[in-house]
Design a binder for this molecule. Structure first.
Ligand SMILES: [Zn+2]
Length: 298
């Protein structure tokens, strides 16, 4: 059993590394005060103000150590905040590195509650949680907006925006030049589409995406639009197979989208993406949850 798990783990990891293979972690300055820490598979962002540093996305302890070293390579300012985009371990782990460096760890309450219920040896529970749809962090003359995006992927999904710099940080919802992540886990497709349109409506010029297969450390709003187009094209291709009478179980492998053949993981994941979208139109939207508490359940 253990061996099977180990093999499964390798199978998932090997193709994943294909688009980030051989990439050395690097720190890129994208505005007067904003930097991207690009570790290949995962990208974090940090903002240096005159009263301290705000870091976004710890990922895990190894990544956090690299991110902390990247911050220290450009400033001696104290690290005030570590912000986490959503609940998933592969984004939220590693926070202890920043807490030990003096940062307050912040996440949306939905993410916080999940983390409390789903501990991991590398997960530090946030020091502060926030609720509602919006919060601002003001530090050293810089305003950072936190936008809770509702249901879409995981819990507590927050998009960060620097209004003056017109820069956003977006985790998982957009991954430029890459097909959707494997089996598209923990995404509600309908709500994801709504959230993408909400991101499109935000005022920004530069985007830092937690995953980016474009070879560049940043992207633009066009990447959001492309993500929506890929979703539409994949859905249309699935329906075209239904129309042709292709048997249900053969639809995912029959679907081809040559327009996207150069996107990372196209060969490995297109059919998995197709399975997920097909099941969504077969079963109805999932995962789903009400946004209110039920009464009388206690
Ligand atoms: Zn995630």
């Amino acid at each position: 059993m253990r061996k099977m798990i180990a093999i499964g783990f390798l199978l998932v990891l090997l193709p994943l590394s294909a688009w980030a293979q051989g990439k050395e972690a690097k720190t890129v300055k994208i505005s007067e005060s904003v930097y991207v820490y690009d570790a290949g598979m995962y990208l974090s962002m940090f903002v240096v103000t005159k009263d301290g540093v705000i870091a976004i996305e710890p990922v895990n302890s190894k990544h956090s150590k690299g991110l902390l070293a990247a911050i220290r390579s450009v400033t001696d300012q104290p690290i005030r905040y570590l912000l986490i985009s959503h609940n998933h371990w592969d984004h939220a782990n590693g926070g202890k590195i920043f807490r030990d460096a003096g940062a307050t760890i912040v996440a949306h309450v939905e993410a916080y509650e999940w983390m409390k219920a789903n501990p991991h040896p590398d997960l530090a529970l946030p020091d502060e949680s926030w609720s509602g749809n919006r919060k601002n962090i003001l530090l050293g003359g810089t305003t950072l907006e936190l936008h809770y995006m509702g249901m879409n992927h995981g819990l507590g999904m927050t998009v960060f925006r620097l209004p003056k710099e017109k820069i956003v940080y977006v985790a998982d919802l957009v991954a430029p030049k890459r097909v959707f992540f494997a089996t598209v886990p923990d995404f509600n497709i309908k709500e994801w589409r709504r959230a993408l349109k909400a991101i499109e409506a935000l005022d920004f010029e530069t985007a830092v995406y937690s995953h980016n297969a474009s070879g560049k450390p940043t992207g633009t709003k066009a990447d959001v639009t492309e993500t929506l187009a890929y979703m539409d094209d994949l859905q249309a291709a699935i329906f075209a197979e239904f129309k042709k009478g292709t048997p249900f179980t053969e639809v995912p492998t029959a679907v081809k989208l040559p327009k996207y053949k150069d996107w990372a993981m196209y060969d490995q994941w297109l059919h998995l993406n197709a399975w997920r979208l097909m099941l969504d139109s077969h079963m109805g939207a999932f995962p789903w949850r009400p946004d209110h508490a039920y009464e009388g359940n206690e």
